[in-house]
Design a binder for this molecule. Structure first.
Ligand code: ADP
Ligand code: MG
Length: 762
């Protein structure tokens, strides 16, 4: 991993939006002036209208006034950052400021207007143009889009918008969002589509889009992976990640009068933003060793961008009108602090989680598979050519392969085989010497072979399609390099870049001169007269005095702000304490100690999700205290008073049947079987059967007697019992209820029928 040890500051730029129609109509004064050349913002105090007012001055890397063009901002401020992302650095662009000052305008802008589109669409163009101009490099571009609202992370690209995602941390790759969807995009159009889908999802969940967007943070992430052959002959992968962050409005959320849930909501809404402020303060302060990244989802997720190994640009957006002055000053102070954050940018080379590497390996594996198929086929074809005439032999082994590279060849081969099979099929059909059965068998065989052939072909095609699909995701440049317009565009960009660079240097020099002015003035001057010395020194004194005044005023302002902030915190704290006290009161007075202890025992702190949770009851089976019933409820499901117990026993009064109000009988399952019913045999048939089965020597022919005794009784059941003497099972039902039947073996008096053989129980 290549490291550059040098650290660099977070770049902070300020942009002031124009007065809008409403403000102009209402006649608001403009309190902000912008010195683009010097990189300074001057804010007048609306309360001090006299001539001796001292505007507050803030100096930044660069500043943009209401006439600034999106493309200028991009070329001067964002382009270098995106360039370094393409080199494998991580980069982050924050838009910070009060609601309605142009954060979204700066980040997204007006999408369909090339003049007014913001950083995000411009960076799409930039990234894909860069790729198309590259040579001997392979790229993979992915996009994700998420939103943080009330400390919950929502994936704006997922189908299920109700799902909330969690942050996870791995020692090798750092903090990441678990299950965040990311889409591989191959062109500007595709990535724009991803952004549009996310934007639509962003507004879907919100009842009031304006309020929602002013309270939520949207982060668009572009990951660019680039693979290039290094000097060592190995492929090296660099991964750059660009976070484009549209922060929630920085204005204070009103907490006054909020209680309970609403208070919780109000404190949560800007938790990420105040945590961001605390992180910045801690980083700049230099004294604190602990940086509270873990205090919010936003700071955890963007930890790298603040004092880490990423490059960061912060755009502070402000409004010019007088009623905004207070928020404008807060924003400028915030931005002023952020200037002093130091990052140590580093290229991410060959990280473990590079998707590009996985893609390359998968493609290689698939190609290898294809290669093998081709190899087999070639061998077979050679064999075939050698032994011309032994037609059909090759097919017998069932290896019909096709080929990716030899497209035509493949088609020919496939057609050839099919034609041959078809011909053979016809021959079989026309061959009259074959028996019909033999014919169908052969036909079926041929058909099966054709089917196999087709399936093989399909499998091969699928494999090569897969390779193609995967390869198409990897972007390679070098195609448009001779394109004339492209070349011109490149030149234009180069020039713009140069101009931006020059402007920057000019500004820096001016700023330096300004700051040196006061220091060196005295040293350079040699005074010709005492009066001159007095004049010059008076002038200098005045200058320094006004500066002193400005600093004093600033100190006062900051102190005032601190006091206000502290009061607000105190108020919140008081409200929370009151809430806590109420809960304590309820617990102390209404919840038995035992129950409280149970809950306390079950509670544990989840480090991953950073919140308290309750262990499920089933896990603490060994905890007898948890499982046993309260003593007052022996035999009952819940404790009962003595009176209730007595009343329950004495009267059938529902009032005290808390245990089982309905008093239902036991619910027995219904029967699922049926009684056995013997099949009914017609009397004539039964008689005939009986006759036929009788032993010959047992036949006593007495036609008249037989007739008369057989006539009146239907012998169906009786005869069967006679015929099946071997079944030793006692029968239930009708049969056993007719033991006095004349056919029953137990009637010994009958001269007509044989005696039982002893198997049927008597
Ligand atoms: P935010 O996202 O900070 O709440 P928006 O980006 O929605 O604010 O801006 C509010 C309005 O101001 C929009 O209508 C936007 O078009 C306009 N606006 C902001 N900045 C500029 C600018 N630099 N030039 C022209 N219009 C702007
Ligand atoms: Mg916005």
């Amino acid at each position: 991993m290549s490291k550059s040890k040098s650290s660099e500051s977070v770049k902070v730029v300020v942009r002031c939006r124009p007065m809008n129609e409403k403000e102009r109509a209402a006649g608001f004064q403009r309190m902000v002036s912008v010195d683009v050349k010097l990189g300074q913002i001057l804010v007048r105090n609306p309360r001090e209208t006299s001539a001796n007012e001292h505007p507050k001055v803030f100096t930044f890397d660069s500043v943009y006034d209401w006439n600034s063009k999106q493309i200028d901002l991009y070329d001067e401020t964002f382009r270098p950052l995106v360039d370094s992302v393409l080199l494998g650095f991580n980069g982050t662009i924050f838009a910070y400021g009060q609601t309605g000052t142009g954060k979204t305008y700066t980040m997204e802008g007006v999408r369909n207007d090339p003049e007014r589109r913001g950083v995000i669409p411009n960076s799409f163009e930039h990234v894909f143009t860069h790729i198309s101009r590259s040579q001997n490099q392979q790229y993979l571009v992915r996009a994700s889009y998420l939103e943080i609202y009330q400390e919950e992370i929502r994936d704006l690209l997922s189908k299920d918008q109700s799902r909330r995602l969690e942050l996870r941390e791995r020692p090798d790759t750092g903090v990441y969002v678990k299950d965040l969807s990311s889409f591989v995009t191959k062109s500007v159009r595709e990535i724009e589509h991803v952004m549009n889908v996310g934007n639509q999802n962003r507004s879907v969940g919100a009842t009031n889009m304006n309020e929602h967007s002013s309270r939520s943070h949207a982060i668009f992430v572009i990951t660019v992976e680039c693979s290039e052959l290094g000097v060592d002959g190995e492929n090296h992968i660099r991964v750059g990640k660009l976070n484009l962050v549209d922060l929630a409005g920085s204005e204070r959320q009103t907490k006054t009068g909020a209680q309970g849930e609403r208070l919780k909501e109000a404190t949560k809404i800007n938790l990420s933003l105040s945590a961001l402020g605390n992180v910045i303060s801690a980083l700049v302060d230099g004294r604190s060793s602990h940086i509270p990244y873990r205090d919010s989802k936003l700071t955890r997720l963007l930890q790298d961008s603040l004092g880490g190994n990423a490059r960061t640009v912060m755009v502070a957006n402000i409004g010019p009108a007088s009623y905004n002055v207070e928020e404008t000053l807060t924003t400028l102070r915030y931005a002023n602090r952020a200037k002093n954050i130091k990052n140590k940018p580093r290229i991410n080379e060959d990280p473990k989680d590079a998707l590009l590497r996985e893609f390359q390996e998968e493609i290689a594996r698939l190609k290898d598979q294809l290669e093998k198929r081709v190899g087999k086929k070639k061998k077979r074809r050679q064999r075939k050519r050698a032994g011309e005439g032994s037609d059909g032999e090759d097919l017998e082994d069932g290896e019909t392969e096709d080929d990716e590279e030899e497209g035509d060849d493949k088609g020919d081969y496939w057609r050839e085989q099919q034609e041959k099979l078809e011909k053979e099929r016809k021959a079989i059909m026309e061959d009259h010497s074959l028996v019909a059965e033999e014919k169908t068998r052969l036909l079926r065989e041929k058909e099966k072979k054709m089917e196999d052939l087709r399936r093989e072909k399909e499998a091969g095609e699928m494999l090569s399609a897969k390779v193609k699909a995967m390869e198409s995701k990897l972007l390679v440049g070098g195609k448009n390099i001779v394109d004339h317009t492209n070349e011109q565009q490149r030149m234009l960009e180069q020039k713009r870049h140069e101009i931006a660079e020059q402007k920057r240097r000019e500004r820096e020099m001016q700023q330096q001169m300004e700051s040196r002015d006061e220091e060196t003035l005295e040293l350079k001057e040699t005074y010709s007269s005492l009066q001159q010395e007095v004049d010059i020194k008076t002038k200098k004194l005045k200058k320094l005095f006004s500066k002193l005044q400005a600093v004093k005023a600033e100190i006062q302002d900051i102190q005032g702000e601190h006091i206000k902030e502290r009061q607000e915190y105190e108020q919140t704290q008081n409200e929370l304490t009151r809430d806590l006290k109420l809960k304590h009161l309820i617990i102390e007075n209404f919840i038995p100690l035992e129950e409280k202890n149970k809950i306390v025992n079950r509670a544990f702190f989840d480090d991953e999700e950073e919140c308290w949770k309750l262990k499920p009851i089933t896990r603490i089976e060994d905890d007898h205290q948890m499982m046993s019933k309260p003593l007052s409820a022996v035999g009952y499901r819940r404790p009962l008073s003595h009176h209730a117990r007595m009343a329950m026993m004495m009267r059938p009064d529902m009032r005290y049947k808390a245990e089982n109000i309905l008093m239902l009988d036991m619910d027995l399952p219904g029967r699922t079987t049926k009684e056995y019913q013997e099949p009914v045999i017609a009397p004539k048939v039964a008689a005939a059967l009986e006759d036929a089965l009788r032993d010959e020597d047992e036949i006593h022919v007495d036609a008249s007697g037989f007739h008369s005794s057989l006539g009146p009784t239907p012998p169906a059941s009786a005869s069967s019992s006679l015929k099946k003497p071997k079944s030793g099972r006692p029968r239930t039902g009708k049969k056993s209820s007719t033991p006095t039947s004349p056919f029953s073996p137990s009637s010994p008096g009958s001269p007509l029928y044989p005696q039982s053989r002893g198997l049927v129980p008597k």
